[in-house]
Structures are given as C-alpha cells and as structure tokens.
Design a protein around this ligand. Structure first.
Ligand code: UDX
Length: 455
C-alpha cells in the first residue's frame, strides 16, 4: 500500500520504516529540511536500536523516501498518518498546532479519498478537530471530497521501538461508524493484516475511546511506578526490602510483574506529558483526577530522592566534594534526556557546591546540550564529561547510578573500590543486591532496600 507519514520524529520515523519493512511504499514528510537531508544521506536523527538497518534496507529497496514536499506527500498515500509532536503548552494541555497544520495541508492538496490517521498522542476529540480543519480547507477550495479520520495510537517504548512495532502486543484502532469510516477500517485492516495472522491483535473501537486508551495506558503505568516509589520510600524507613515486596506482589496474576520497579522516578517524553494532559482534559470537564495528581507529585519528589540520600550522607554543604554519576538518559538504550531524573540529581549536587564526573553510553552529546540549558556557567564548570564509567571515579566520594544501562550491571567492584575515595554507592535503579554489596565492602544505598543499612 502507498502510505504517507507526516512527521519524522521518533514515532513517525519508526512507523514509516517499519511499514516499509512490511512491503509498503512509504513517503515520510517533515518540515525540517536538515532532518530530511540527514535521512537522505543515510543518517538517523535519533538513537534507536535496529532502526538504522531497517531504514537503510528499505531506502535501498526504494520503499522508503524522505521529503519536505507537502503536495507530493499528500498525493502519495491514500492513508496519511499524522505523527507530529504534541508538546505540552503552558497549562499542560497537548499543543495541537502541528497536528492541525498537517490536517490543513491534507485538505489543501488532496484530490481523492484519504484516510487520515492520528498516530500522535492526542486528547479526546482531536479527530473531530482534525476533520474540521481539513473540511475548512476543502470548503475553501469548493471541493466535496470524502475522507475519514481514524485514531491509531502508538505504544512504542524508546529503546525497543522497532521490536515493539514489529511484534505488537496489541493494535488499537478507532474508526467512525460511517461509510467513510468503514472504508478507513478496511484499509487499516489490510495494512495491519501481517500482525494479525496467528492471532487477532487489533482492538477495534470508536475514535474517542481509541484516543483515550493511549492516555489510560500511560497513566496506569505511571501510577504503578509512583505507587511503588512511594512504598519504597516507606520501606526505607521501616526496614523493608521493596525488591522482595515486588516479587511477592508481582506473582499475583492480577498485579503482574511489569512496571513495578522502584527507582529514581519516571521520565521521558510520554509519561510526564500524558499524565498532565489527561489531568488537563479532566479539568476542562470540571473533574479533578486525584490519583493522577498524586502520581505526578510523587514522581516530582522521587526524582529528588537520590540527591537527598547523598545530602543525608555527606551533608547539605557539598562544596569541595566530588561525585561520579553513571547514566544520564531517562532510561537505557536511548539518548533521550527529556524529563530525565539525572537532570534533577545533577542540579541538586551542583547546587550543594559539589563537582561531578558524568558518563552515559550514548546520551553524552544530548546531555551536554540539555545541561547547558539547565545549569548556569558556574555549575557547568563543575561538570566533567568522562570517557568511560571508570573514568568518572577518580577522587569521587561516591558513585551515583541513575540509569540502568546493561554496561553498568556487572562492573569490576574491586576497581570501583580502589578508585573511589570512599566505597559508597547510591543506586537509583536497584541494580545490585545489598548483601552482595555489603560483603564486597561497600556502603550501599538503594531505593527502598535499607534493610541492611538501617540503624
Ligand atoms: C512509554 C510507554 O511504555 C509506551 O507504551 C508509550 O508509547 C510511550 O511511553 P517510554 O517513555 O519509551 O514508553 O519508556 P518506558 O520504558 O515506558 O519507561 C518510562 C519511564 O518509567 C522511564 O523513566 C523508566 O525508567 C521508568 N520506569 C519504568 C520505572 O521507574 N519503573 C518501572 O518499573 C518501569
């Protein structure tokens, strides 16, 4: 099938590349000429495992093209995916200007039936607004062409997006119950048929429920994390091991094991933004989503927990003290620093007067960029970007781990001990067993694992 993807950001690029991998003829549009030039010269603007190969293979096969040509993009696909950004505006609502601009462009240039699919995470009712924007453009041209707006949210995890797309656990599609909606349903059924061969994975529903499903999923996952983080903080005080508790409750199939890891707080482009946007939607209907408000508050506090532990151990005044920090990205296998807990930790340590040496396997360039925005010149001067995990340790009072990269999971503890001034580790991702660390001679501070260190 001929498909157009509007927006070559994270979601658009993965969707476009993977749909091409299934044999479709995909046209990816972006307004950013630099990004298109980069993609056309074989580069990839984001770090996502496996994506470069899929893009290269499908470009070479002529199934995947990148362009800034709006008219050509509208002419190309009967199915037009809108996958542009929906950043939060000042009050936390999703900013729909890019989504609506994409809809207007389709209305300006279309000459036949189109299915417009909202792939971006958008509040309930957006499909109606997309349809209205498109209709306005058609009216201005005096055209009465048919179209249908469908919703097909993405559930891709950064770092595993290609895998998630190619092996989805579910596909959610919302279509209207109109003749145009039926046509959209048939086209999307054909497009996603390869994923439904062994088992039907598609959940068909109305458009609004589909839009809402995406927010509900992310809000539920964020809730689980904040719930465990809150319990972990209590566990720290009452001498309970949150990891034992996680196993204990996770084996109840009603609860399940996933997304129960206490840690340094959730970050990234989705959870913080989507929780806020859902709260905002509720407020528009005079409802206060009490649970989600708490989820957000707990997470804001959680991002400070690691820094607080450091201050509790080394004192409010950290001047003259040096710390090693492993992991900057908001999670492993990505260079994404959006809402990353490491940004809060670094601010705390530097505010206290400390200096730091930091390392991340892939996010160093992105970290330099965002830290220049977060920190003042004096603070920035106290940050050293190290070449390796071991290179961070010299003269450090302690090691602080913020992201659970695989490369950090089985380090040479003897070397760490020899390099650090004091054998102290603050582990924001509970990578190690407190007993093992104690035996290895470390003072170990996990999240909710104080059973061995309580006094
Ligand atoms: C998320 C959703 O998982 C995905 O379905 C949606 O499409 C986009 O948002 P992503 O933001 O890539 O994906 O990251 P995810 O792997 O879900 O992790 C989000 C955050 O939660 C990370 O900061 C992670 O460290 C944190 N997390 C996750 C925990 O703190 N504990 C856990 O148990 C799981």
């Amino acid at each position: 099938m001929k498909i157009t993807i509007i927006g070559t950001g994270y979601v658009g690029l993965v969707t476009g590349a993977c749909l091409a991998e299934l044999g479709n003829d995909v046209f990816c549009l972006d307004v950013d000429q630099k990004k298109i030039d980069l993609l056309n010269s074989g580069g990839i603007p984001i770090h996502e495992p496996g994506l470069d190969e899929v893009v290269a293979r499908n470009r070479a096969a002529g199934r995947l093209q990148f362009s800034t040509d709006v008219a050509a993009s509208v002419a190309h696909g009967e199915v037009q995916f809108i996958a542009v950004g929906t950043p939060p505006d000042e009050d936390g609502s999703a900013d729909l200007q890019y989504v609506l601009a994409a809809a207007r462009n389709i209305g300006k240039h279309m000459t036949g039936f189109k299915v417009v699919v909202d792939k971006s995470t958008v509040p309930v009712g957006t499909a109606d607004r997309v349809g209205a924007a498109l209709r306005t453009e058609l009216d201005a041209r005096g055209e009465r062409l048919a179209f249908s707006v469908a919703s097909n949210p993405e559930f891709l995890k950064e770092g595993a997006a290609v895998e998630d797309f190619m092996r989805p656990d579910r596909i959610v599609i919302g279509c209207d119950s109109t003749p145009e909606g039926d046509r959209a349903r048939e086209l999307l059924r054909k497009l996603y048929a390869p994923f439904n061969r062994n088992r039907e994975r598609t959940h068909w529903m109305d458009v609004r429920s589909s839009e809402f499903t995406k927010y509900a999923a992310n809000a539920m996952l964020a809730t689980r994390i904040s719930f465990m983080n809150e319990l972990a903080n209590l566990a720290d005080q009452v001498g309970v091991d949150i990891e034992a508790v996680r196993h204990g409750i996770g084996s109840d199939p009603r609860i399940g094991h996933s997304f129960l890891y206490a840690g340094a707080g959730y970050g990234g482009s989705c959870f913080p933004k989507d929780v806020q946007a859902l709260e905002r939607t509720a407020r528009q209907y005079d409802q206060d989503l009490l649970i989600l408000r708490a989820v957000e508050q707990v997470n804001d506090k959680q991002k400070q927990v690691l820094g607080r532990k450091v201050v509790k151990r080394f004192g409010e005044d950290l001047s003259g003290k040096h710390f090693a920090v492993w992991g900057l990205a908001f999670k492993p296998n990505t260079d994404d620093m959006r809402e990353a807990p490491a940004r809060v930790l670094l601010k705390q340590l530097l505010d206290g007067g400390a200096s730091v040496a930091v390392y991340d396997p892939v996010a160093m360039t992105e970290a330099k960029r965002v830290l220049e925005l977060d920190l003042n010149a004096g603070e920035l001067a106290r940050v050293r970007f190290a070449d390796s995990p071991m290179d961070t340790l010299t003269d450090a009072e302690a090691l602080v781990i913020v992201t659970e990269w695989k490369a950090f999971r089985s380090p040479d503890f003897d070397k760490i001990k020899a390099a650090l001034k004091q054998a102290v580790i603050f582990d924001g991702r509970n990578l190690f067993e407190p007993e093992v660390m104690a035996e290895a001679g470390f003072e170990y501070h996990g999240i909710g694992r104080s059973i061995l260190t309580r006094d």
